[in-house]
Ligand binder design. Structure first.
Ligand SMILES: Nc1ncnc2c1ncn2[C@@H]1O[C@H](COP(=O)(O)OP(=O)(O)OP(=O)(O)O)[C@@H](O)[C@H]1O
Ligand SMILES: [Mg+2]
Length: 313
């Protein structure tokens, strides 16, 4: 018996994340594409900060993939790269050459807000907004209030208020983090199943709650079933018990993530879909419906003793 990370099941229609089984993958693809669209819950714009505490656990990957999944589900999305100085959401999305203006220039009066918004040609209802130029420092006085102003300005645009404003938060819990969480009313906490990431996630949860953000859901990223089976990695159930947060998604470790990062082509656009891509897509579904999933304990099927078992197969 082992605690499964990749076989959670959900109370609603969302399909379970499959093991590598071609039949299951086909079924899930059809459920995701043809069955129904998720119902948007809550008031718009849903302002969601994607945060973690620890760096490098997958915040930007999550913002890009969940953001594009939301756009594919028909929602209008503005993804804000609030990782000042070390921004890389534009790279992951393959939009780096199209960012001419940033929020800093909008605030200085050097350009209009719509000039700083970069529309994705693949999914025009997805737009990217960067806070500042790479390796630049933020002007004095730029803080949470500036982001609240930005969210208010996005609400009253001519083309209408976006359904989702996703804020890609910088690592750590200093000024950049505080600025990024200020306008948010929901948070997605990304963690990996290791103790350092969990400790930071726990600290961040406390800070988010202090800031009045009650709706906090977690994504457990880079999960490896083989390591969980070998008891070399914490299970998702363990993570959930330690953090006590609702689970938005479980993303397997997948080399395709790195490949897609380097190509500037987010995973969820891949054809055929990959395991991690489908998991991000499912997380987006739950985000839309303000739903969560359950990690469950599964019994391993006893091995069938066939003809080759005679030879130790
Ligand atoms: N599920 C996954 N499988 C394999 N690699 C992954 C996965 N998720 C993220 N990565 C890789 O981990 C690295 C860090 O990811 P990412 O930049 O999204 O993290 P981050 O939390 O935004 O980092 P930072 O704190 O520096 O902003 C990237 O190289 C990415 O490709
Ligand atoms: Mg990042």
């Amino acid at each position: 018996m082992y605690y499964s990370a990749l076989t959670p099941f959900n109370k609603t229609l969302h399909p379970p994340i499959p093991h590598h089984h071609p039949k299951l993958i086909t079924t899930i693809r059809s459920v995701l594409q043809y069955n129904r669209r998720p119902q948007l819950a809550g008031e718009t714009p849903r302002v969601v900060v994607i945060t973690s505490g620890k760096g490098g656990v997958g915040k930007t990957t999550t913002t890009a993939n969940v953001g594009l999944s939301l756009a594919r589900l028909g929602h209008s999305v503005v993804a804000v790269d609030a990782d000042v100085g070390l921004r890389n959401l534009d790279l992951l999305l393959g939009l780096e050459n199209r960012v001419n203006y940033t929020v800093v220039e909008v605030l200085n009066g050097d350009c209009r807000l719509d000039q700083a918004l970069v529309r994705d040609k693949r999914w025009p209802n997805f737009q990217l907004l960067c806070i500042s130029k790479p390796r630049s420092k933020l002007p004095m006085g730029f803080g949470g209030k500036a982001l609240v102003w930005l969210v208010d300005a996005l609400k009253v645009r001519e083309e209408g208020c976006p359904d989702f404003i996703l804020i890609d938060c910088p690592a750590g819990i200093d000024a950049g983090f505080i600025t990024a969480i200020t306008p948010a009313n929901e948070a997605v906490l990304v963690t990996t199943p290791d103790i350092t990431s969990l400790r930071d996630a726990d600290r961040v949860t406390g800070l988010l709650e202090c800031d009045g953000i009650r709706d906090i859901k977690m994504i457990v990223n880079r999960v490896r079933t083989d390591m969980i089976k070998g008891e070399d990695m914490m299970s998702v159930l363990d993570v959930q018990e330690m953090l006590g947060l609702a689970l938005l998604g479980v993303i397997p470790e997948d080399t395709e993530v790195i490949r897609s990062t380097n190509r500037g082509y987010p995973l969820v656009l891949n054809k055929p879909p990959t395991m991690a891509g489908m998991a991000f897509e499912q997380a987006a579904w739950r985000l839309v419906e303000q739903d969560s999933m359950k990690a469950v304990m599964v019994e391993e099927e006893p091995k069938k003793r066939g003809f080759f078992s005679f030879f130790g197969g």
